[in-house]
Design a protein around this ligand. Structure first.
Ligand code: ADP
Ligand code: MG
Length: 249
């Protein structure tokens, strides 16, 4: 079997008496979308936070490209190719779409404007930013101020910003949240194509999107993975139906 690009080994994390991650081991293979589903409070976001480095596990490890990154801070993991998307606050709302993408290409979260000005004139940076915007279908909106984008377009811009960093892995926590039918469909199409550039670990509540996109699904309940399998395997799994999918199937 191919080596996973991203792997967790027995990650555990407790908040007081509550076990939010209970020895979670999972892998993300090249080219795949691996969805994590589970009820509210199951520990999905806690798991993502440990993978991205925002939260230290009590025990267990995170591997990126075979390297143990458990002790590394989020920015270093990001620079090594771990792209976390969908925290709207990462966008500079008063800047244009192109400026946001160039900032991404610069890898300069929070970098002062004086570094940024010359960056806009830098051909390579600008070229990579424009390519990323083109990839997500936002090149026509390059001059639009981010604040004027629709909700769905902002999600696409976040993907473009992530793409400029040439990620090895995408990690997404509920990217469909708050999107209407059209926005979800558009983002679903993009993610479907994006997996060829970098595999996606996808936490998502929208089961239509999950069933349409996932190569594999892991089901998290009370911090534990109770099943991992294909869409068909997960839909047919009695324990999963009881714990989570009951009303949906
Ligand atoms: P999910 O994303 O699956 O809805 P979370 O990972 O956000 O679940 O939360 C898992 C559990 O851990 C929940 O019971 C939540 O209340 C608890 N929790 C999450 N973060 C903290 C924290 N910083 N301090 C205390 N409890 C937390
Ligand atoms: Mg969550």
């Amino acid at each position: 079997m191919t080596e996973p690009v991203l792997e967790t080994r027995a990650l555990s994390k407790s908040f007081g008496a509550l076990t939010a991650s209970d020895s979670v081991s999972l892998g993300l293979r090249p080219g795949e979308i691996h969805a994590i589903i589970g009820p509210n409070g199951a520990g999905k976001s806690t798991l993502i936070a440990q993978i991205c480095g925002a939260l230290r596990p009590d025990s267990g490890q995170v591997f990126l490209d075979g390297e143990d990154v458990t002790a590394l801070p989020p920015q270093i993991r990001a620079r090594r190719g771990l792209a976390r998307s969908f925290q709207i606050s990462q966008l500079a709302m008063e800047d244009t779409v192109l400026q946001n993408a160039v900032l991404g290409a610069l890898g300069a979260d929070g970098s002062p404007w004086r570094f940024f000005r010359p960056a806009l004139r830098d051909r390579a940076l600008r070229g990579s930013a424009e390519a990323a915007l083109d990839r997500v279908g936002l090149l026509d909106h390059a001059a639009t101020v981010a604040a004027e984008l629709s909700h769905g377009e902002r999600r696409l811009l976040e993907v473009a910003v992530a793409l400029t960093l040439k990620p090895k892995v995408f990690v997404m926590d509920e990217p469909m949240a708050g999107l209407g039918t059209e926005g979800s469909a558009q983002l679903t199409r993009l993610l479907d194509a994006l997996r060829l550039e970098a595999p996606i670990l996808l936490v998502e509540h929208d089961m239509d999107a999950v069933f349409a996109l996932a190569d594999r699904i892991s089901v998290l309940v009370y911090g534990r993975i109770i099943a991992t399998g294909t869409v068909d395997e997960i839909r047919a799994n009695p324990a999963v139906r009881e714990a989570y999918l009951g009303e949906e199937t």
